[in-house]
Design a protein around this ligand. Structure first.
Ligand code: FCB
Length: 440
């Protein structure tokens, strides 16, 4: 049996736009996801987050579900447009009150609240002013972070500034697959920097708390030992992993990635002092892992999230896939965690997202197998000395899966979107057992 230390945190994760609904309630302003979802063709089936899992109204019942599962911690995100509908200035008290009620309900049930300050729902007025490619957005984010911290720090200890800045920057501004749907490679690289700066400034604005950052990282391998494939793996690892890890944990952008991006942008948007702000000591790193990447170089150029590396293609590793098409490889998580501990030592790690989309409504054997394999990888990493302190399954509930809409279901708990009825899937029962036993 793989056991975990008694203090290991067992959790599940969600995010505001994906579950809350109530997008026009209690003074909430529009976010880039409201605008994007209203754009014809942007989201499969024309789905939007207007109702989602109606968590805004059902949060008490959802916390009861969490209690029934035995969760020790719940990772959720705070919707910036509920707190500052215009993205700056006036604060909407009703928005703060919602998160206070949520946090208090969690605490009453003995569940630790783990808020993420930003999980992609940028207030639309800030995008209208230029969005993340504009430096000012970072300062606006720090102001907002100080507001939510001021309102909740008496009852919340662990804070995460950003979720997956890679997605915000490169899916939002390079491929346009995510809101705001822009296709401007140079702007995407600026966005990445301003997101990192936003993280650093926000961390300064949240004194006395335990503050982390969540990145979507992956295990990248070359398709062969041929030079173009080896170079492809170096480049993709650079853009996906090191472009974010190095500034935060080592205090500088990797030289090879800067060179790879030379045709896209000079790094003139990086001002003196920025890297010092970005690399201030971090209390923990959140790792979101779903799937590995096998890459080959030398193909024909094509539009890509990996700006400046558009001849690289992701090749089929021959492994089984989830319903969203992502290859399953638990050993990729083990390899990623041990690599983090080697290249960026001594930082406490949490898996802040891991999970799978499968179209098995309640008897979700495939999800149980996925989670079991990845938790075994976590146990193996710990046995090899990796300071992994917790695991959050993605996701507590079926929810709005961004550009895929509601068709892709990641929940431990099934949501009937007609009635909003929640039903525990087999994976939820299985996970409750793992938590109760403290291991597999
Ligand atoms: C991650 C996101 C999360 C969810 C999962 C499947 O990239 O952080 O919101 O969509 O993927």
């Amino acid at each position: 049996m793989s056991t975990f230390e008694p203090g290991f945190r067992w959790g599940a994760a969600t995010s505001s736009y994906q579950i809350e609904g109530a997008t026009a309630e209690d003074g909430r302003g529009p976010s880039i996801w409201d605008t994007f979802a209203a754009t014809p063709g942007a989201i499969d089936n024309g789905d939007t987050g207007e109702v989602a899992a109606d968590h805004y109204h059902r949060y008490r019942d959802d916390v009861t579900l969490m209690k029934d599962l035995g969760l020790g911690a719940y990772r959720f995100s705070i919707a910036w447009p509920r707190i500052q509908p215009a993205g700056s200035g006036a604060v909407e008290q009703r928005g703060l009150d919602f998160y206070r009620r949520l946090v208090d309900t969690l605490l009453e049930q003995g569940i630790e609240p783990w808020p993420t300050v930003y999980h992609w729902d940028l207030p639309q007025p800030l995008e209208d002013a230029g969005g993340w490619p504009e430096r000012d957005t970072a300062q606006r984010f720090a102001d907002y972070a100080a507001i939510v911290h001021g309102a909740l720090a008496d009852r919340v200890t662990h804070w995460t500034t950003l979720n997956e800045p890679w997605c915000s920057a490169f899916l939002g501004y390079a491929t346009g697959r995510h809101a705001p749907g822009r296709r401007e490679p140079a702007a995407a690289v600026r966005a990445a920097h301003h997101l990192l700066l936003a993280h650093g400034l926000a961390a300064e604005a949240m004194p006395g708390s335990t503050v982390g950052l969540t990145l979507n990282l992956t295990d990248v391998s070359p398709a062969s030992r041929a030079e173009p494939d080896l170079d492809a793996a170096r480049r993709i690892d650079g853009l996906q992993n090191r472009l974010f890890l190095d500034p935060v944990l080592l205090g500088d952008y990797p030289a090879d990635v800067q060179a790879d991006l030379a045709g896209v942008t000079s790094f003139e948007h990086v001002l003196p002092g920025d890297l010092k702000t970005i690399s201030a000591p971090l209390d923990f790193l959140g790792v979101n892992y779903y799937s590995p990447m096998l890459v080959a170089g030398g193909g024909a150029p094509r539009p890509s999230a990996y700006v400046g590396s558009d001849r690289i293609e992701q090749v089929d590793g021959g492994r089984p896939r989830t319903s969203i098409g992502w290859e399953i490889d638990a050993l990729g998580l083990l390899s990623l965690l041990t690599r983090l501990n080697r290249d960026y030592p001594a930082i406490p790690l949490y898996v802040t997202e891991n999970g799978a989309a499968f179209d098995e409504p309640v008897h979700d054997r495939a999800r149980v197998a996925y989670l079991d394999g990845h938790l075994r990888a976590c146990a193996a990493a710990i046995a090899q000395g990796v300071p992994l302190e917790g695991y959050f399954a993605w996701s507590l509930l079926d929810n709005f899966e961004w550009s895929y809409g509601y068709a892709q279901r990641f929940g431990l708990v099934h949501v009937d979107y007609e009635t909003q009825e929640r039903t525990l899937k087999d994976s939820a029962r299985w996970y409750a057992g793992v938590i109760a036993r403290g291991g597999l």
